[in-house]
Write a protein that binds this ligand. Structure first.
Ligand code: GLU
Length: 466
């Protein structure tokens, strides 16, 4: 029986969760779900200066919005300090780590000399136990603790995205695992956590590739086989540059505020660097069913707002009208519309989902159902001409008793245009201007049906000055 899959998402709460981070979270979550494993959330908050509670909350909110539910955690690294210190003490006792008393100035001088010789700057191991024998630690220098990296050979792994990666051990110097004040360092905490949390797969951004060989060496020194690694490539902006605020380097929750559905966002993020045949529109459940690491592309992917808009509309079309109406409701309220005074949001959503790409656009397009309209005078003057005025007035009268449904409204509009020798748009366009204050509405018979007899007649009376 293979060990159950355990995947973690380990954000540093130094900012909001942007698209790149959300995509990493999504892949980790989907992998766990695909294999019926566990998804663990770990907040890596040891950078005390840059970590904030606000950022932590923003990450939790973003994950909740996307529906990336976790089975364990959130664990906070700051709450695990005693555990890290315990492991450090154990490593010191077993000779896996040692105290290094090299003053910062001396280390800087060493680096400069190495660089002057054209060498890569690296700590030379002068406080390794075998080199420090008989040396007296200088007074007044609080030591750092270094991990004793293996000498010679290479450290390698088969990355599930990037393929075989190998680093020569001689390129890695002895990593500082605790600072002079005793606080453990980032790469070390990650390993202790991944061991304690029994992580089987590490799926993370490829900005961490250089940390991986150091982490693998610490895993092995502690007697554990490292997990499987999958380093996912960066998400770039539309122009191929690093994501900037203009295109995506904003909190994913801003897409919530902008009227995107989480289903669409998941679909969009999933397609950033992953594909399943020609499938473009899929549900989060389908994604979890299909997702595997092998199909992740090793090349960076690009953010594309048109794609996101398209997917959002596709997902709006897929939702049952009732559900879409519920999603629309807060956006109508944000427009300060009196929702009770107009048609049910579900009916409005059904009418507009073919025409709008976001819930905000839908709420804005639907304003006229919920609020008074004051059509522009020039629009009315252009639409209501001597040629069609009589027909419109007749319709106003007819609407008092006409059965109020799409079929009869449609027939009435067509009849009126025919009888007056007009083309249907010569009636339908002014009708739109009168009841909606705009020429761009869904089918006018559907609009009138939803608007209702009373409001329709009120607006005709006002616009036609009857
Ligand atoms: N805390 C790291 C970050 O936010 C991720 C570390 C990891 O996944 O190993 O970039």
């Amino acid at each position: 029986m293979p060990s159950p899959v355990r995947v973690r998402f380990a954000p540093s709460p130094t900012g909001f969760l942007h698209l790149g981070g959300a995509r990493t979270a999504l892949f980790a979550w989907a992998y766990a779900r695909h294999f019926q494993g566990k998804f663990i959330l770990r907040i890596e908050d040891t950078d005390r200066e840059r970590s904030t509670q606000v950022a932590t909350q923003a990450i939790l909110d973003s994950m909740a919005w996307l529906g990336l539910n976790y089975d364990e955690g959130p664990f906070y690294q700051m709450q695990r300090m005693p555990r890290y210190c315990e492991v450090i003490d154990d490593m010191l006792a077993r000779g896996l780590a040692y105290r290094c008393y090299m003053p910062t100035g001396e280390l800087d001088a060493l680096r400069e000399a190495q660089m002057a010789r054209g060498e890569k700057p690296r700590y030379d191991g002068r406080w390794r136990p075998e080199n420090a024998a008989g040396k007296t630690p200088p007074t007044g220098v609080a030591p750092v603790i270094r991990f004793r990296n293996p000498d010679g050979g290479a450290v390698a792994w088969d990355d599930r995205v990037k393929g075989h990666i190998e680093f020569a051990n001689d390129e890695l110097d002895d990593l500082v695992i605790a600072r002079p004040d005793g606080t453990p360092t980032y790469n070390f905490c990650v390993v202790v956590d991944d061991i304690d949390m029994r992580i089987t797969h590490v799926i993370r951004g490829d900005d961490h590739v250089n940390n991986t060989p150091r982490q693998i060496n610490i895993f092995r020194a502690l007697g554990f086989e490292p997990p499987v690694f999958a380093h996912v490539p960066t998400v770039l902006g539309e122009d191929g540059q690093k994501l900037s605020k203009r295109h995506g380097a904003v909190s994913v929750t801003e897409y919530d505020d902008a009227g995107y559905l989480p289903e669409a966002m998941i679909n969009f993020l999933a397609r950033l660097g992953w594909a399943h045949g020609n499938d473009e529109v899929f549900s989060p459940q389908e994604f979890c069913e299909w997702f595997d690491l092998d199909a992740i592309s090793a090349a960076p992917s690009r953010f594309n707002i048109d794609k996101l808009r398209w997917l959002n509309q596709e997902h709006m079309k897929r939702l049952p009208p009732e559900t879409l109406g519920q999603r629309l409701l807060p956006f109508l309220e944000k427009e300060k519309l009196d929702v009770a005074a107009g048609p049910p949001p579900a009916a409005v959503a059904e009418l507009f989902r073919e025409r709008t790409a976001t819930l905000i656009e839908m709420a804005q397009a639907a304003r006229f159902f919920y609020t008074e309209v004051a059509p522009d005078e020039t629009l009315l003057a252009a639409q209501i001409q001597p040629a069609n005025r009589a027909a419109l007035e007749e319709l106003f009268a007819l609407f008092e008793t006409l059965p109020w449904n799409r079929e009869s409204l449609n027939a009435a509009l067509k009849d009126a245009s025919k009888q007056h020798g007009l083309k249907p748009p010569q009636i339908m366009m002014p009708m739109r201007a009168l009841v909606a204050g705009t020429l761009s509405t869904p089918a006018i018979d559907a609009v009138l049906t939803l608007l209702g007899r009373e409001k329709t007649r009120e607006r005709l009376r006002a616009g036609l000055r009857l």
